[in-house]
Design a protein around this ligand. Structure first.
Ligand code: 13P
Length: 251
């Protein structure tokens, strides 16, 4: 049985002071929630402050990106060693990183390996854009991203990775994928591909989230799907009330 996981990707939002407020609010709101993993992913600048708040609570902490080298002359980058001091999860290969910052499948694969080598749990994002979706290329494209992301990972490593299926056309647009259709893509192009690589027992352990305009009024539809194990949430994670409603809707 896979434990559902709701992760709030705060993207480039919240000053340190605002992040502290939101983290306090979320921690007290979800205090009595069980049966669902709750993870906050603030900006790098707020990670340390939010760490102090979530410590000893049922809320986990993640970063939004990472470089694969351990240290060195890589101005502006953050290493897995630095993140491992602060958090347990790291979002890798988000479509906004692929789209605006030139991240490639190869780079994402290196980041996943580096994260795992430092005991960070990667939340690996995959998903097609509107043109690919309309051209009927979703399954091939997403399947290719999954194969590239998991290239060279052992079965044990693979089992710890979390995958987030985030169709790009659904992110921040208010348009969501149909839950049954999203489940179908996850079943064939994510879990199915993973079953081909690692066998059914590993594929059945890997948690797969849906992301893209998840809101309190649509979360239940996604959570009811057999292959969807939670959500990676942007906009609705920025307020305590809506985030709590998502968590409660998933428990
Ligand atoms: P929204 O929930 O704002 O659509 O963002 C989804 C997302 O990109 C989470 O990583």
């Amino acid at each position: 049985m896979r434990t559902p996981i709701i992760a709030g990707n705060w993207k480039m939002h919240k000053t340190v002071a605002e992040a502290i407020d939101l983290a306090h609010g979320v921690c007290s709101a979800v205090e009595n929630v069980s049966g669902v993993d709750v993870v906050l992913c603030p900006t790098f600048t707020a990670l340390s402050a939010v760490k102090n708040i979530v410590e000893g609570t049922n809320v986990g902490l993640g970063a939004q990106n990472m470089y694969w080298e351990v240290q060195g002359a890589f101005t502006g980058e953050i290493s897995p060693v630095m993140l491992a001091e602060l958090c347990d999860y790291v979002i890798l290969g988000h479509s906004e990183r692929r789209q605006y910052f030139g991240e490639t499948d190869e780079g994402v694969n290196k980041k996943i390996k580096a994260a795992l080598a430092h005991s960070l749990i990667p939340i690996v994002c995959v998903g097609e854009d509107l043109t690919q979706n309309e051209a009927g290329e979703t399954e091939t494209f997403v399947g290719g991203q999954v194969k590239a992301a998991f290239d060279g990972l052992s079965p044990d490593e693979a089992a710890t990775v979390i995958v987030a299926y985030e169709p790009i056309w659904a992110i921040g647009t208010g348009k969501t994928a149909d839950p049954a259709m999203a489940n179908g893509i996850i079943k064939t192009s994510i879990r199915g591909i993973l079953a081909g690589l690692y066998g059914d027992s590993v594929a059945e352990k890997i948690r797969v989230q849906y992301g893209g305009s998840v809101k309190p009024d649509n979360v239940a539809g996604f959570m009811a799907q057999p292959d969807i194990d939670g959500a990676l949430v942007g906009g609705a994670s920025l307020k305590v009330d809506s985030f709590l409603a998502l968590v409660e809707g998933s428990a």
